[in-house]
Design a protein around this ligand. Structure first.
Ligand code: RP5
Length: 162
């Protein structure tokens, strides 16, 4: 089995439809990852263990998504020096602004790279992780460049009426 370089973690099964966007783009780019449910509130011991072992297990980026009182990315950043990319999951009550604010305003010293709310944020989280890994991996850098070019090429010059 290929050693995962990216850890995708999320607070709940209900976050998976959002966080799957990160997984899908990593699949497209051929980046090995793992996906786990790790909740700051419901499984704090699991969070602690994950953070404590992340470096030794060879993880190079962690993408952490959570909604509401979204403490997972920040708590993970407090537990490991592996860079943490935070994804605020959209919520029903406050549309994900609660998640965004919970993740964004980290105290000096323990950064989380916060993405946009929801699916776009999760996809960009995957791309951010790939970009970090591509700095040391020329083959991945080529695949990422090609992915970006294909996206640009898919944008039409002019709008149509459908
Ligand atoms: C957070 O609470 C999770 O990240 C999720 O976004 C939110 C709701 O979780 P469920 O009640 O759907 O399990 O911990």
């Amino acid at each position: 089995m290929t050693q995962p370089l990216v850890g995708i973690i999320m607070g709940s099964q209900s976050d998976w439809p959002t966080m799957r966007e990160a997984a899908e783009v990593l699949d497209e780019l051929g980046v090995p990852y793992e996906a786990k449910i790790v909740s700051a509130h419901r499984t704090p011991d699991r969070l602690w263990d994950y953070g404590k072992t992340a470096v030794d297990r060879g993880l190079q980026v962690i993408i952490a998504g959570a909604g509401g009182a979204a403490h997972l990315p920040g708590m993970m950043a407090s537990k490991t020096r592996v860079p943490v990319v935070g994804v605020p999951v959209q919520t029903n009550a406050l549309s994900g602004v609660d998640s965004l604010y919970s993740i964004l305003q980290m105290p000096r010293g323990f950064p989380v790279a916060t993405m946009a709310i929801g699916a776009a944020g999760a996809k960009n989280g995957g791309l951010m992780a790939a970009g970090i890994l591509a700095l040391q991996d020329p083959a991945l850098a080529e695949r990422l460049d090609a992915w970006r070019t294909a996206l640009s090429d898919s944008i039409p010059d002019e709008p149509t009426d459908e």
